[in-house]
Write a protein that binds this ligand. Structure first.
Ligand code: FE2
Length: 287
């Protein structure tokens, strides 16, 4: 058996001493420092997902993926990515060392800057990752950031995040991001499709989220989502399904204050819990 290399922590997970010099936690991408092994890890992940996702990811994701300057050859250069995302939806891609503090994250999003981890996972952890790396952040998120609705929604989330932090309501709001931006499904006329970055950047979860009989697939209901816990250590037990991406636009313009008041003191639902009022959807048939 090969010895497993020790886990290297990045960004906030590496401890407060690892904070970069800049207050906004941005760093230079240092593209020239990537090793051939790191570019090879990107290639494996990129080829696997670009072959898998047409037919599983929603049309907007596939269109965004094809418009970005991505290729199997190497980890992309963030400046080149930024030129394309700026032109499409006004978003800039900035490098960060890994997870950043919540207030820093929200400030970036509120100003249409998308923080991307500048490291890539090792070859021994291609299928499961605790910290978002360059593949998750670029391949998972940027295709949907090319879509005007998602572009506006994520900015609104940054603004709302700062407010929620001040109100002590971050847990509830973070669930909205988790079950949309990270693990969202959407109906298309052909059936359920993936738009969440956490699914789209994972080979096994892309198949599981659409086809497995195990998880719940529930029609999106904002209050239900805000009361639902989630898993960070395994595939999800519940997915929430939008009728269309335009639902995100409604959320971007919604005043959450009355919702926070209404949900105050109500118990949370466990990640895979079934609630009697849920509108549940069947898995997609295998092709
Ligand atoms: Fe993410």
């Amino acid at each position: 058996m090969q010895p497993v290399p020790p886990k290297i922590k990045h960004g906030l997970a590496a401890g407060a001493d690892a904070a970069p010099h800049r207050a906004d936690w941005t760093v230079d991408q240092n593209w020239h420092q990537y090793t051939p092994a790191q570019h090879a890890a990107w290639k494996t992940l990129y080829q696997r997902q670009t072959q898998l996702l047409p037919g599983l990811a929603c049309d907007a994701f596939v269109a965004g993926m094809r418009k970005l300057p991505l290729s199997a050859h190497s980890i992309p250069n963030f400046e080149q990515l930024s030129q394309v995302t700026m032109k499409a939806t006004g978003w800039q891609v900035v490098a960060v060392p890994g997870l950043v503090p919540d207030d820093v994250f929200f400030d970036h999003l509120a100003n249409r800057r998308f923080p991307v981890g500048n490291f890539i996972r090792g070859a021994h952890e291609l299928d499961y990752l605790e910290e978002p790396d360059v593949f998750h952040d670029v391949f998972g998120h940027l295709p949907m950031l090319m879509h005007p609705v998602m572009a506006d929604f994520i900015q609104a989330y940054g603004v709302g995040g700062k407010r929620a932090q001040g109100l002590g309501k971050l847990t509830e709001l973070a669930r909205v991001y988790w079950y949309t931006v990270e693990f969202g499904l959407v109906r298309q006329k052909e059936g359920l499709r993936i738009y969440g970055a956490g699914i789209a950047s994972s080979y096994s979860e892309s198949l599981y989220a659409l086809h497995s009989p195990r998880p719940q697939r529930i029609a999106f209901d904002l209050e239900r989502v805000m009361r639902t816990q989630y898993r960070i250590d395994d595939v999800q037990e519940s997915y929430f399904v939008l009728n269309s991406l335009d639902q995100l636009l409604e959320l971007a313009h919604l005043d959450f204050m009355p919702l926070y008041a209404r949900l105050n003191g109500l118990p949370s639902y466990a990640a895979g819990q079934v609630v009697v009022t849920d509108a549940r959807l069947p898995p997609e048939p295998e092709p």
